[in-house]
Design a protein around this ligand. Structure first.
Ligand SMILES: NC(=O)C1=CN([C@@H]2O[C@H](COP(=O)(O)OP(=O)(O)OC[C@H]3O[C@@H](n4cnc5c(N)ncnc54)[C@H](OP(=O)(O)O)[C@@H]3O)[C@@H](O)[C@H]2O)C=CC1
Ligand SMILES: Cc1cn([C@H]2C[C@H](O)[C@@H](COP(=O)(O)OP(=O)(O)O[C@H]3O[C@@H](C)C(=O)[C@@H](O)[C@H]3O)O2)c(=O)[nH]c1=O
Ligand SMILES: [Mg+2]
Length: 326
């Protein structure tokens, strides 16, 4: 776990102390979240309940509209800014390159610069899709991005732009984000499971699911230190964080179906297929497993077991498991 109230106490007279009307770390923070209905935004709203949180979406805060960013920052005067907004439609991005870059690169950079101007640390999210998946081992933060598609390229350039715009930024690179809110793979599989006799899912793309609630926990744990730490502190920079253990989309689906069945859902057969049997507009990395050692070393945050987080997600989406309910 990260340091408690007053953590990072060695900071002393660092620039963070100069910010106006700072609330006491660990007690109450003024937080501005870009994005409101998305998975991570919703999880953050839940996790930061009790703090002074403003979560905004277009038109109040549109990442493609710098004037809306300036107005939202001025109204909220946040001590911490979190960017939970993004263009996340992987296939559609291939045909909407300008919009994907306007949101994921330029919008993220504008928000980071606005946070820097206000003296507020900045948390941003990125993706395993910045990698081509050809390394053959889990990626570490020092591995160079080499995205296969427009979404991954826009996110890779967004990471770099954010870190260049604001030295007190954290970029959390995660993967396969799911939750009971918003659109995601779990919800797609539950919908298809109710409609079909058989699901066919790729078994040759490796990675790890990450539940939005676990990402929100990580932000909440890091926040007190980020508020206190000066530029150059190891608390800032690029960090990998996914769930554990590694699996494939097929393995993930098998667990979704097994847990859904335990909740009384009738589930279809599941077939393992190859990527070549499931053509998509954008290419996905075959093996974008992320090594999460750095965030454990520096922030004391370990990958959550996604199977437990999935169970909590399905409690909300399907209902309680029968063994427990009866
Ligand atoms: N989803 C995933 O599998 C993964 C996500 N990530 C990253 O995590 C972060 C959060 O993702 P997640 O919560 O899943 O994303 P969602 O797609 O659930 O939510 C993104 C939100 O951003 C909003 N948005 C889109 N364009 C703009 C804009 N111009 N200005 C303001 N808001 C906008 C969307 O609104 P609307 O729906 O109206 O467009 C939506 O509410 C993103 O940075 C994403 O790249 C990383 C790895 C995996
Ligand atoms: C629906 C479906 C998908 N698939 C495959 C397609 C793809 O290779 C894989 C994942 O499916 P999706 O297209 O839903 O997931 P995708 O949109 O690629 O998810 C990605 O979203 C972006 C935002 C990220 O940042 C990534 O980390 C990742 O989570 O599963 C099947 O094999 N069978 C199916 O029935
Ligand atoms: Mg998708």
């Amino acid at each position: 776990m990260g340091p408690g109230p007053g953590g990072g106490g060695a900071v002393g007279q660092g620039p963070a102390r100069a910010a106006p009307r700072r609330s006491q770390p660990g007690l109450l923070m003024r937080v501005l979240i870009a994005g409101r209905q998305g998975q991570v935004a919703q999880a953050l709203l839940r996790r930061l309940d009790g703090h002074a949180v403003t979560a905004l979406e277009p038109p109040e805060l549109d990442l493609t509209d710098p004037a809306s960013i300036a107005a939202a920052m001025e109204a909220a005067r946040p001590e911490l800014v979190v960017n939970a907004a993004a263009y996340t439609a992987v296939d559609r991005a291939e045909d909407q390159e300008a919009l994907a870059f306007a949101v994921n690169r330029d919008g993220a950079a504008h928000l980071a610069a606005a946070a820097a101007a206000m003296g507020a640390p900045f948390v941003h999210f990125s993706t395993d899709y910045v990698f081509d998946g050809r390394k053959g081992a889990p990626y570490v933060e020092t591995d160079a991005p080499s995205p296969l598609g427009v979404y991954g390229r826009s996110k890779a350039e967004g990471e770099a732009a954010v870190l260049a715009a604001h030295p007190r930024s954290v970029v959390l690179r995660t993967a396969w984000v799911c939750s009971a809110d918003g659109a995601n793979f779990v919800k797609t599989m539950l919908r298809l499971a109710a409609e079909r006799e058989e699901l066919r899912v790729v078994a040759d793309q490796h990675g790890a699911p990450s539940f939005a609630a676990d990402l929100a926990d990580a932000v909440a744990v890091m926040a007190p230190r980020l508020l206190a730490a000066p530029a150059g502190d190891a608390a800032f920079g690029l960090f990998h964080l996914t769930g554990s253990p590694h699996t494939t989309w097929h393995g993930f689906t098998a667990e979704i179906l097994a847990q859904a069945a335990r909740r009384g859902m009738r589930v279809p057969r599941l077939a393992a297929i190859a990527t070549t049997d499931y053509p998509t507009r954008a290419m996905r990395p075959a093996d974008a497993r992320l090594d999460c050692g750095r965030i454990a070393d520096i922030h004391g945050i370990s990958p959550a077991d996604w199977r437990l987080s999935l169970a909590q997600c399905l409690d909300r989406l399907v209902g309680p498991a029968k063994e427990l309910a009866e």
